[in-house]
Design a protein around this ligand. Structure first.
Ligand code: PEP
Ligand code: MG
Length: 766
């Protein structure tokens, strides 16, 4: 006889669970496996639920047919979710938590399971268990989707992941943060049912879904604000990608190139592994739990401001499932804080490391790294930092991002990683720092102290290279330096003798450093919203100031245009309360949203003024339509200045105030702004979408002509001719070799673009 689905009854009351088991037994017959995981305390006599008892019951009953878990009220679900997180992955894959009412659901599930139904059907039967009662009472069916839901508040929807990299660390962190701030209970699962739903509050569980780009997820929410909770999570899943991560080569044997450049030097091993952590027992379990919470708090407060990658890493520490696992290990096994935390981190990291998506797999290092911050706060430190002595090429074993961010090329001319991936955050950081990097060198012989040479662009690698090879590599290096120098001219000269100045669009410290390397005239657009996309609470003035200063530092005196939050439309900001709209691109976004939320606006302006000290900082307003909006914004800016001056707080003043021209109406009356602004930057991305009535995110509309359309160019020409203040373009078109010359022919003399576009634009103008 093949195995039948087993039932675990989770209740706060052992008496209740046993009564339900007794009630259904006559209907199921003696063979069906039913376990009660109910009550708390040593003998289960107290009211409460216990994750470890649920875990034991599931493990006990496990069979290929699977197990359905029915729960009574409130925290029973939390305990069951914690138990799931602790389960072995194989067993977990055949467990289903059921939202059905406890008594009716157990009866329906018992009958279906005893009849040999499969797990999905048993769950569906249980979840439909209220239907007959509702029908009898003359109520409408509670079912809203083909998947029966017993709970009238429960809503589900299917959402495709827009980011080609899938549900990776940053969006997952954003979702976990958002979910933690919601009253509703939200889960995410692959729509094909291939994995158990992950609680949206658990970052590790979300990463553990292994969801790839374009995959469809089923979002379910119940409780207060369920629809709104799904709205915000859907917004994250469908948001356009910020930085596409480079694809991982499909099959790789030897070392793979992860950051370009020539590296030559002696090798030294970087020993950053944690010392073995003994499974020591806590003298006082409560004190151990308090120590863990204090260490989590310390780790979350540690630096990294302005570093989106390290910030996202820190978001891992907010994962309630990680903490719950560690706490359970202290409660169940009596482990002290450090070994409990180390074990919880390792369990989650190894699940992620086993995923088949290389981009998600690379997040295991992030998890261990974030975990190490907590261990450090508990007094456990890395065995060693950088090796002493002359500059050396480091041999790493899955380089941690927190270490990568501290490396500098003068001390570390290159890094060879036995593990690692080209999509890892360590690789992104080393590329930003210009340090050559090879990954996947596990099978390569690496001898401490031997001289090594490698080309981080091609992956070529030489152990003890001969003189001819060294000469060839030095020649390659010199040629690359010459190419870079030749490509650094700024401004560039046009055939008619006029100059075009190249500026950078940035949203992170790494991009500002790239802008510096590309010899940008300054930052023409600092998109501040990308610092805050995953923030549930408005960032404080101090925090914003620190983040801005970190990004501004590489500019050293060059002009920096700080754009105030461009929230709304395709950039929803969780902390900015904007009403749902039919056409958000035509709704309350950009400056309109800021003027409706003047406290948030003024806080940002104060942060900008403070960050601008010792810099040539300028402030720019997005999505301006009418001069009256600029006047209103200037009044708030003046107020911010007066308040800072009153408090004797150092800040930049006076400051230039400019506007973006993105709305055709503003372009058409540009002369009306001349007396109230100091500069203009044309946002061709939005100006094009609004002029052509063609959503910028719909590729099928590209055929309408895009920014090269004569109507858009006519608006650019008008703005350049009539603005009477300096004009630049900071939309994508500025960095497009085909469109930039058209903009130049409209009289535009300043182009602001992503640092990676500089080389191509220099080529067409020089
Ligand atoms: C633009 O609209 O061209 C622009 C630079 O702003 P964003 O792309 O951030 O909307
Ligand atoms: Mg815009």
């Amino acid at each position: 006889m093949s195995a039948k689905v087993a039932l675990v009854l989770v209740s706060h009351s052992r008496v209740l669970a046993e009564a339900v088991a007794t009630l259904i037994r006559p209907m199921t017959g003696p063979d069906l496996k039913i376990a009660c995981a109910a009550g708390a305390g040593d003998d289960g006599a107290e009211l409460g639920t216990d994750a470890t008892a649920i875990l034991a019951a599931i493990e006990d009953l496990d069979s290929p047919a699977g197990t359905l878990v029915l729960m009574d009220i409130g925290s029973a679900l939390l305990s069951a979710e914690t138990a799931l997180d602790l389960l072995d992955a194989v067993i977990r894959s055949r467990v289903s938590l059921c939202a059905a009412p406890f008594v009716e659901g157990a009866i329906a599930a018992g009958v279906a399971a005893a009849g040999g139904a499969q797990l999905d059907t048993v769950r569906a039967e249980a979840e439909a268990a209220l239907e007959s009662k509702r029908a009898q009472l003359g109520l409408d069916s509670a079912q809203t989707t083909p998947q029966p839901a017993n709970n009238v508040d429960s809503v589900t929807r299917e959402v495709r992941i827009a980011d080609p990299a899938g549900l990776h660390l940053r969006p997952a962190a954003a979702i976990a943060r958002l979910a933690q701030a919601q009253a509703a209970n939200v889960t995410l699962a692959p729509a094909d049912g291939s994995r158990v739903p992950a609680p949206a509050t658990s970052l590790t569980a979300l990463l553990g879904l292994g969801a790839r780009g374009n995959a469809t997820l089923r979002l379910s929410a119940s409780g207060a604000g369920a629809e709104a909770a799904l709205d915000v999570i859907e917004a994250v899943l469908t948001a356009p990608t910020q930085e596409p991560e480079p694809p991982e080569p499909v099959a790789a044997t030897g070392p793979r190139p992860a950051s370009p450049g020539i590296a030559i030097g002696p090798m030294r091993t970087l020993r950053t592994t944690m010392p073995p952590i003994a499974r020591s027992l806590a003298k006082d379990r409560d004190a151990a739990k308090r120590a863990l919470d204090a260490a989590l708090g310390t780790a979350k407060r540690q630096g990294g401001a302005g570093h989106a990658i390290l910030d996202a890493q820190r978001a891992l520490l907010d994962d309630p499932a990680l903490r719950a696992h560690a706490i359970a290990l202290t409660d169940r096994d009596g482990l002290d804080a450090a070994p409990a935390w180390a074990e919880a981190i390792e369990a989650a990291a190894s699940t992620i490391a086993a995923l088949d998506n290389p981009i998600l797999r690379a997040r295991a290092a992030d998890l261990r790294d974030a975990g190490a911050l907590v261990l450090r706060a508990l007094g456990v430190t890395h065995a060693a930092a950088l090796p002493d002595g002359p500059p050396a090429i480091l041999i790493a074993d899955d380089l941690l991002p927190s270490l990568a961010v501290t490396l500098d090329r003068d001390r570390v001319p290159g890094v060879i990683d036995r593990a690692g991936g080209t999509a890892s955050h360590a690789a992104i950081l080393l590329r930003a720092a210009g340090i050559p990097y090879l990954v996947g060198a596990g099978a390569t012989e690496l001898k401490e102290s031997a001289i090594v040479a490698f080309d981080g662009a091609t992956g070529e690698f030489w152990l003890d290279p001969d003189a001819a090879t060294l000469a060839m590599l030095r020649a390659r290096e010199a040629q690359a330096a010459r190419d870079e120098a030749a490509s650094r001219s700024n401004p560039v000269r046009l055939a008619d003798g006029s100059d075009i100045t190249l500026w950078a669009n940035v949203a992170s410290r790494a991009e500002a450093e790239a802008a510096d390397r590309a010899n940008a005239a300054g930052i023409g657009l600092l998109r501040t919203e990308f610092l805050f996309l995953d923030r549930v609470l408005p960032p404080s003035e101090d925090e914003q100031c620190a983040m801005l200063r970190a990004i501004m530092a590489p500019m050293r005196g060059r002009p920096i245009v700080l754009r105030t939050l461009d929230a709304g439309a395709d950039k929803p900001m969780p902390f900015l309360p904007l009403a749902p709209e039919q056409n958000p691109a035509l709704g309350v976004r950009g400056l309109r949203a800021l003027l409706d939320n003047d406290a948030i606006f003024e806080t940002q302006l104060r942060a900008m003024l403070r960050a601008g000290v010792d810099h040539d900082a300028r402030i720019m307003l997005p999505m301006v339509t009418n001069p009256s909006e600029v006047t209103a914004a200037r009044a708030i800016l003046n107020h911010a200045h007066e308040a800072l001056a009153g408090a004797k707080t150092d800040h930049a003043w006076p400051v230039r105030l400019g506007i973006m021209i993105e709305v055709p109406a503003a372009a058409l009356v540009i002369a009306d702004f001349a007396d109230i602004i100091d500069f203009v930057s044309i946002g061709t991305n939005d100006l094009t979408q609004y002029t052509l009535a063609a959503d910028r995110n719909v590729p099928a509309l590209a055929g309408l002509g895009g920014t090269a359309h004569p109507s858009v160019l006519a608006l650019c020409r008008k703005v350049a001719a009539e603005a009477r203040v300096p004009v630049s373009v900071c939309g994508e078109a500025a960095g497009d070799p085909e469109i930039a010359p058209l903009l130049a022919s409209c009289g535009i003399r300043n182009l602001s673009m992503a640092p990676r576009s500089f080389a191509a634009i220099r080529k067409i103008f020089d």
